[in-house]
Design a protein around this ligand. Structure first.
Ligand code: GLP
Length: 249
């Protein structure tokens, strides 16, 4: 069962999620000498990353994998997720051991194959993820592929997902939101030793209820988290408003 923590607001949520992620990263470094993590992007990660970069971590022992990226979008776009990660994470910490970005401008199949080869040799200690308004995990929109063993896949983005990206102000119009992306697959995300899921804001309340309290279904992609052994979902008062079970579990 997913553990749930409900914070007062998004800023407290980020502090708790970022410190918990740091604790797990430090533990993995202590145990193995290094740590491999996955970073998501989007507005759900703003506060969590803000806290993470303030933490005492030996960054030279950390390898980062990038969760998802639009196909065809240049890094100069304000909506580019590799730009996001560089501005909000990489430039705020000292040099990492390695960063594996998804290059959305490369030939997509070849880019997936390149990343697949690397991540197959890199067991992930901690994944930081969010849940989209349509319940997506990474860019695995409903109905998500729960079966593929490919670590990185090419997906089409559904209307609700594209509207969310426009609504958050990343693009000037819905038509500007790319129709395709490369995302880490559901099975690959689920292979992570620990998962920290940060989901602030009232516009996520329905998705949070559907994914955490309804039966696991690829129509609510993040519902798969219910089957993970070590997943903590950090919510705030507004994103948790529709949940029947409340409080810390
Ligand atoms: C986004 C990102 C993901 C993120 C997820 C939820 O669109 N591509 O990296 O995990 O979807 O986050 P948010 O709702 O903040 O966009």
């Amino acid at each position: 069962m997913v553990k749930i923590r409900i914070a007062e607001d998004s800023s407290h949520l980020g502090k708790e999620a970022g410190s918990k992620a740091a604790e797990m990263i430090r533990h993995a470094i202590e145990k193995n000498g290094y740590a491999n993590i996955i970073l998501a992007t989007g507005s759900s990660q703003f506060e969590t990353l803000k806290q993470l970069v303030e933490e005492e971590i030996d960054w030279s022992k950390l390898t980062m994998f990038h969760l998802d990226e639009y196909i065809g979008l240049p890094e100069s776009s304000p909506a580019s997720f590799r730009r996001y990660l560089k501005e909000r994470f990489i430039q705020k910490v000292s040099l990492l051991k390695k960063s594996h970005f998804i290059n959305g401008e490369a030939e997509p199949l070849k880019e997936c194959m390149r990343l697949n080869e690397i991540i197959r040799k890199s067991p992930i200690d901690v994944a930081l993820v969010g849940i989209g308004e349509n319940g997506h995990l990474g860019f695995n929109d409903p109905p998500a592929d729960f079966e593929t063993e490919q670590p990185f896949i090419i997906v089409n983005l559904d209307e609700k997902c594209r509207e969310q990206q426009y609504g958050e102000g990343w693009f000037k119009s819905v038509d500007d939101v790319p129709g395709r992306a490369i995302t880490m697959s559901i099975r690959q995300i689920m292979k992570s030793g620990q998962i920290i899921c940060s989901v602030p804001e009232s516009r996520k309340a329905e998705a949070v209820r559907d994914c955490l309290e309804k039966p696991v279904s690829n129509l609510f992609p993040a519902s798969i988290l219910q089957t993970h052994q070590n997943c903590i979902c950090f919510l705030d008062k507004s994103s948790s408003a529709l949940l029947a079970r409340k409080g810390a579990f």
